[in-house]
Design a protein around this ligand. Sequence first.
Ligand code: 6PG
Length: 252
Amino acid sequence: MSKRALHVHANADTLNQAVADQIATLSAQAISRHGSFFVALSGGSTPRRLYQLLSSPAYTDHIDWPQVHIFFGDERCVPHDHPDSNFRMADEALLAHVPIPAQQIHAIPTDASAAGDNAASYERVLRDCLPHDNSGGWPQFDLVLLGLGPDGHTASLFPDTAILRERQRAAAAVYVDKLDAWRISLTLPTLEQARQLLFMVTGSDKAEIVRHALQPLPDDAILPVQRLQPGGSVDWHIDRAAAAALADQATS
Ligand code: 6PG
């Protein structure tokens, strides 16, 4: 049975500080447990400041970076130097500034003409590089960082897309009609197998979707993020603005 914790922070800065501290703790626990820290980074705009904080002197000495293995929760099908690339954002904010061996940074390939080929290639990397010490032999992350979109998507698990039904592949390609774009994403089972999921959501524009996402499952159509049946721990870190529609807003 998974453990879920909600942390409401005064603002994005205190949220990022708390998340950075939790990541430092999780990395030490993982490295102590199996010698490495396997983490999937989130894309979008919310985590940029967190990544910059993690690359600051306060954390460069607190995380054993040479033992960290970086993956991505999802990627846009654009070159890695494209402004929309999740890899580019993480590289500029964090990866270029910390001593992680290059062979331990696994960008999702976006070079093949078919997104499905890139997704299959990424799945092979997941299965080759990640520990599988769980009953299903599924590749298992120590930590997956996630955001929440205004439609309830997380990673690139968008509403009404086929990837929500994918239970065989660890990663898959998904065509998102409303974006008129292909994405590559970890699938629900891969997120569910992770030891720790950590959501970061900030801003008043996310208040309504946070209320919907955190409410008990309704009878009507559920959000992609509500389809998750995590086996590990789930921490939601939201700021007060994103918590505005929640009944009880006790701040961490
Ligand atoms: C992406 C992300 C996506 C993101 C949410 C929230 O590639 O865009 O993986 O799931 O986390 O859309 O995005 P913001 O942080 O920009 O609000």
